[in-house]
Design a protein around this ligand. Structure first.
Ligand SMILES: CC(C)(COP(=O)(O)OP(=O)(O)OC[C@H]1O[C@@H](n2cnc3c(N)ncnc32)[C@H](O)[C@@H]1OP(=O)(O)O)[C@@H](O)C(=O)NCCC(=O)NCCS
Length: 177
């Protein structure tokens, strides 16, 4: 008998013997802190978008690796929104969590907040969704454990990410890619 925690993998239609232990997203949680130094700023003295993107990619990839315990690569970055600027001297808090898992890929949601240490003002500055693909030792996509969302919030994030994946696939199809 298959233990309760073992779930049919999304691939099971093709290969019904594939079962992997379902996981929840808690183990993928990442909290990363940076500081905006002069070398991180642009011509108007706010943080340069590319620097924030790099922090987002690092936090997202650590989250994906924590989830699946494998090497991962960034496959795509969707819905990057630069909501507010951050300034020299601000502390930057970056949070990442796996929202959704398919067969070899997973979506990670990343949220970035700035913190002015002198005024204690916090601001949500960036949000993004990234897709990472797990690779095996031959650098080929490899199966990862299915995600079993537990809380209402996790279920909502899972559903929304599933919709974004559908949109991504439909868009690729429409564009013939
Ligand atoms: C990402 C990559 C491994 C996918 O390889 P591939 O041979 O196209 O793989 P497949 O077509 O078998 O797809 C594998 C998975 O990747 C997903 N995928 C592929 N391209 C994707 C894209 N552009 N966006 C989101 N997901 C993508 C597929 O949906 C599939 O997911 P699933 O198994 O969960 O259903 C490959 O395109 C690659 O190596 N890209 C370069 C990655 C890189 O260098 N990143 C920057 C540095 S980390």
């Amino acid at each position: 008998m298959v233990p309760a925690l073992l779930r049919r993998h999304p691939c099971a239609g093709r290969d019904p013997v594939i079962h992997m232990k379902a996981q929840n997203s808690a183990q993928s949680r990442v909290v990363m802190t940076e500081v905006v130094y002069p070398s991180h700023t642009n011509a108007i003295d706010t943080v340069f978008g590319g620097v924030v993107m790099s922090w987002v990619d690092i936090a997202g990839s650590i989250s994906a690796i924590r989830y699946c315990g494998k090497t991962v690569v960034t496959a795509s970055v969707d819905d990057v929104h630069f909501i507010a600027p951050a300034y020299k001297g601000d502390i930057i808090n970056i949070k990442a969590l796996v929202n959704f898992v398919h067969k070899t890929s997973m979506e990670v949601g990343v949220r970035v907040d700035s913190e002015n240490p002198l005024t204690n003002q916090f601001r949500h500055i960036v949000s993004a969704y990234l897709t990472f693909v797990a690779l095996d030792e031959n650098k080929k996509p490899t199966l990862i454990p299915p995600l079993e969302p537990q809380t209402e919030d996790e279920k909502k994030r899972f559903k929304e990410a599933e919709i974004r994946r559908k949109w991504r696939l439909e868009r690729r199809k429409l564009l013939g890619r």
